[in-house]
Design a protein around this ligand. Sequence first.
Ligand SMILES: CC(C)(COP(=O)(O)OP(=O)(O)OC[C@H]1O[C@@H](n2cnc3c(N)ncnc32)[C@H](O)[C@@H]1OP(=O)(O)O)[C@@H](O)C(=O)NCCC(=O)NCCSC(=O)CC(=O)O
Length: 415
Amino acid sequence: MLAFGPGITIETIVLRNPLPRATTALVDSGRSAQRAEGPAAIIAIGTANPANIVPQDNFADYYFGLTKSEHLTELKGKMKRICQKSGIEKRYIHLDEEIIHAHPEIIDKHQPSLETRVEIAATEVPKLAESAARKAIAKWGRPTTDITHLIFSTYSGCRAPSADLKLASLLGLRPCVSRTILSLHGCSGGGRALQLAKELAENNRGARVLIALSELTLVCFSTPDESKIVGHGLFGDGAGAIIVGAGPFADGECPLFEMVAASQTTIPGTEHALGMQATSSGIDFHLSIQVPMLIKDNIEQSLLKSFQSVGNIDPDWNNLFWAVHPGGRAILDNIEDQLQLQPWKLAASRKVLREFGNMSGATIAFVLDELCHRREKEEDEPRQAEWGVMLAFGPGITIETIVMRNPLARGLKQN
Ligand SMILES: CC(C)(COP(=O)(O)OP(=O)(O)OC[C@H]1O[C@@H](n2cnc3c(N)ncnc32)[C@H](O)[C@@H]1OP(=O)(O)O)[C@@H](O)C(=O)NCCC(=O)NCCSC(=O)CC(=O)O
């Protein structure tokens, strides 16, 4: 099969008509030779942020000043209350006064600005991803040309060829690298990309998948509006890159997290609770006030289902390590409360929220990286767990779950 797309990309599949039986054995043996050994693992992680830092206690002044909206005093008061309760200390935001000065349409909701935003994002989103990817590749220690697959997730993707091709060219990946772009998965984009990478790595012996997650709020930045005030108070910019592969591992490759089982669940009837949509003035988003409660009410059931597929693990939630997408302080509080987690279990998620805010799909890379730092510093010793779970939430409401194992904790006693 041959198909052609933007890039110009050529997709090729060697097909076989299954009816003539003569070659079945040959195909079967070829297929088993294609499979990797053991579950896929995260081998290296890199992160990056834009240079512009905005302290959260200053954000209401910064945002209402930038959007020339100082007269909206009630809304500014609400933004201050949200910022105080957000659990965030600072965020990194690419958009600044200079960009607004050059493109005033960004803060004029009566003028179209989607094109401007897409144009800026087309350069900046892959560029930020490149910084994160170079760090991940350096930690991995193998040449860039050993990357076989690229998965790029962003909510800024509105054109083709897209950020995946641009990143491949910035990094000098081979033209035969198999690229996938995930658009508008929002905060679950990182979880979805990890699940796809797991499938690719386990079914293609020797595959090394580069995941790039790059989010800039520029595409959804807007003047103050009651319905979007929470999003503006929480979202920040950042990029994460994760290299995934399965055994056999090369010398020097060190699996950090094995991805043992992966699943996706949608909370029924919540399509309108969380969403994004392209409009002439950028990507519009909607966050219902119900989101933390909806996640709380459904999380345990969803986790139990994911753990059933693994079998013989004791899902005592306090025996696990946790990599939870910090969508907001209330979401972490609700999960901690519902699962009766010890306070340090979500420490990595809370630290990332505090230092960077919610960077949508990229955030989970920061949380996994923070867990690695804590392990190295043995901050949680003797609390290090062998088994753990990654959780990410996005439009749907979708819950992405990966049951993980710390291969380095073999033999460590669980708490
Ligand atoms: C925003 C918060 C920090 C506020 O903290 P508290 O709830 O403890 O405090 P609070 O109840 O006093 O709320 C402060 C003010 O915020 C308002 N408020 C809270 N949530 C709101 C929402 N979703 N929309 C509009 N207003 C909201 C309250 O009414 C209140 O207004 P007033 O003071 O006027 O009475 C928290 O609620 C939180 O973390 N919410 C989760 C946010 C969320 O949904 N994140 C998911 C992002 S999306 C994601 O991660 C996935 C994706 O993008 O795909």
